[in-house]
Ligand binder design. Structure first.
Ligand code: ZN
Length: 568
């Protein structure tokens, strides 16, 4: 009996650890029969992953991973498809996109080819809009280069299309035209030069407003209601991004809408399915930033796996596609909406940029400067150099749209030497290369989109859709990969020697995007311990003809081990 007891005790002693191990380690799900590109340091491929508590437990061969399965493990066959780390949108404007997709009149080229067609769309909307209500219309940036008439509509045309409604016609994110009723409703009077949030009012010789507004996005009176915002944050935005293969976004947010975002972020009831890093954007000149920047943080009640504080984003200038990016030499030709002097717009002096960068770093927040042309890029780099003089920065220093429109060798070298982060939009090759060349001339435009040079210099450019609702095609990450790899643009093959590989193009949306947000320890590759975020693709992007890249479809988006989008 004693002997038997001893045997039993030994058996229990042996069995207990084994049992507890298997209880602990039994995966919640196993995804198998897949061609997985892990993007780990060794560049490993795998055929299966095991997921536990929303993170990768093990990554490897199907035969090994399947052995971990327990009775409650969900087994998911991925039918031999290509799987990549969950895509990360490194710079985007989710609320603007959601509201434009749902509410705005679509006047976007190439769907809308002329001013005439755009006006027809507005006439149609006016018919179903109560008198006095606002009508907002979105057109692709640089529409004056794209519409048949080679111009954008004017105030009189908008008056005619919607005589009883105030109308805002957005020509990209940096310029708009408004009609007479909108001028009155926005309280714009003769000789007034600026709007509350920094928008510039263009005026004729007599000081009368022409209806053109520059950099007035913050002043457009389309504040979504709280109800709209809750729906955007909890449904529309995850829907839009999950469908395009995204598991995480750096979602630039208006300080005015942050309180509602925080309510959704702190909610324990709604299942989250898109991870957010939330930088708040300031108005030009940072006049409206609160004294205490920590008040712009994400709610402490939010789970940081889903919502994280980002930092402060500031527009140092406009953008060359709207001829408002700050350039040293004037834009070519002349448009009636050009800023006097023809060198674009600077929202910050060097001193103001320096002060803001130091202030953001003091607060321990990420600093994101939008710098789209040569003059503004120098201002951003100078401000960061000034921060680095004090020693290591407390958080990440980034330049948005770095070198997309233009970039000097000196600026590239400075950015690489300083080790700052940069974000880029490769698909603009397919939408803006032509207008960029018309605006800047061949020589300056040829210095844009130099992704090969950036990578060779040691930068790790993060890709971002920068979707504001104006160019919806750029929501497709595979159009960006296609452009970066083939260099096919809206003016033919552009600087083919600047082509990058498919793996590099994928890293822009995964590893490098994660690093640009300081989150590579948790995202950006398929490795044990990281969030179980994956994107399942229709094609093998590594072996397919490069021309087909833009047509790749997302079959499944998996966040925290759960399928959040499934293309049926
Ligand atoms: Zn942006």
């Amino acid at each position: 009996m004693k002997k038997l007891l001893a045997v039993l005790v030994i058996a229990v002693l042996v069995a207990v650890p084994a049992l507890s191990y298997s209880v602990q380690a039994e995966p919640d799900a196993i995804y198998y029969n897949a061609k997985i590109t892990t993007l780990d340091a060794a560049g490993s491929r795998a055929s299966a992953v095991a997921v536990k508590d929303g993170k990768f437990l093990k990554v490897g061969k199907e035969s090994e991973i399947k052995k971990l399965a327990g009775p409650s493990t969900k087994m998911v066959d991925l039918s031999g498809k290509t799987v990549v780390p969950g895509l990360i949108d490194g710079h985007t404007h989710p609320v603007e996109a959601a509201r434009m997709i749902e509410k705005w009149v679509d006047c976007r080229y190439p769907g809308t080819k002329s001013v005439k067609e755009a006006m027809e769309h507005i006439v149609d909307r006016a018919k179903v809009t109560p008198k006095g209500d606002w009508i907002f219309a979105a057109a692709a940036s640089g529409s004056e280069n794209k519409f048949e008439e080679k111009r954008i509509p004017n105030k009189a045309e908008l008056d005619q299309a919607a005589p009883y409604n105030p109308v805002v016609f957005l020509n990209g994110a940096h310029e708009s035209v408004i009609n007479t009723l909108a001028i009155a409703k926005m309280g714009i009077t003769k000789d007034m030069k600026k709007l509350k949030h920094g928008g510039v009012i263009m005026r004729d010789d007599k000081g009368e407003p022409t209806g053109d507004l520059i950099e007035s996005e913050g002043d457009v009176p389309d504040d979504p209601t709280e109800e709209d915002l809750v729906r955007y944050y909890s449904e529309s935005i995850p829907d839009i991004w999950n469908k395009n293969g995204f598991t995480s976004i750096l979602g630039l947010t208006n300080a005015r809408t942050l309180p509602v975002l925080n309510i959704v972020a702190a909610s324990k009831t709604a299942p989250h399915r898109l991870r957010w890093t939330v930088p708040v954007w300031t108005d030009p000149g940072d006049k409206l930033l609160p004294e205490d920047l920590s008040t712009l943080a994400v709610s402490k009640d939010a789970d940081p796996a889903w919502f994280k504080t980002g930092g402060i984003k500031a527009w140092i200038d406009g953008e060359p596609d709207a001829r408002t990016g700050a350039v040293y030499e004037p834009y070519l030709g002349h448009f009636p909406t050009d800023i006097p002097g023809g060198k674009g717009i600077l929202n910050f002096t060097q001193e103001e940029a320096n002060a803001l960068a130091l202030r953001v770093d003091d607060a321990g927040l990420m600093c994101l400067f939008h710098c789209s042309a040569d003059h503004s890029t120098d201002i951003g780099l100078n401000a960061y150099e000034n921060v680095l003089k004090r020693g290591n920065p407390k958080n990440i220093l980034r330049i948005e749209h770095f070198g997309v429109f233009m970039l000097s060798d000196a600026e590239l070298k400075r950015a690489a030497d300083m080790g700052i982060k940069v974000s880029v939009q490769p698909a603009w090759l397919t939408t803006l290369a032509n207008s960029n060349t018309e605006n800047l001339g061949k020589e300056r435009a040829a210095t844009g989109f130099k992704f090969r040079s950036m990578i060779d210099a040691g930068l790790e450019p993060a890709a971002g859709t920068d979707v504001t609702g104006i160019y919806l095609v750029t929501l497709n990450p595979f159009l960006h990969m296609y452009a970066a790899v083939t260099r096919n643009s809206d003016m033919g093959i552009f600087q083919p020697e600047q082509a990058i590989t498919v793996t590099e193009a994928l890293k822009m949306w995964t590893e490098w995007a994660a690093k640009s947000m300081g989150e590579f320890d948790l995202k950006g590759s398929i490795e044990p311990g990281k969030y179980a975020d994956m994107t399942v693709l229709s094609d093998d992007i590594f072996t397919m003809p490069k021309e087909g890249l833009k047509d790749v479809k997302v079959l499944k988006t998996i966040v925290g081990g759960e399928v959040v989008y499934d293309k049926k």
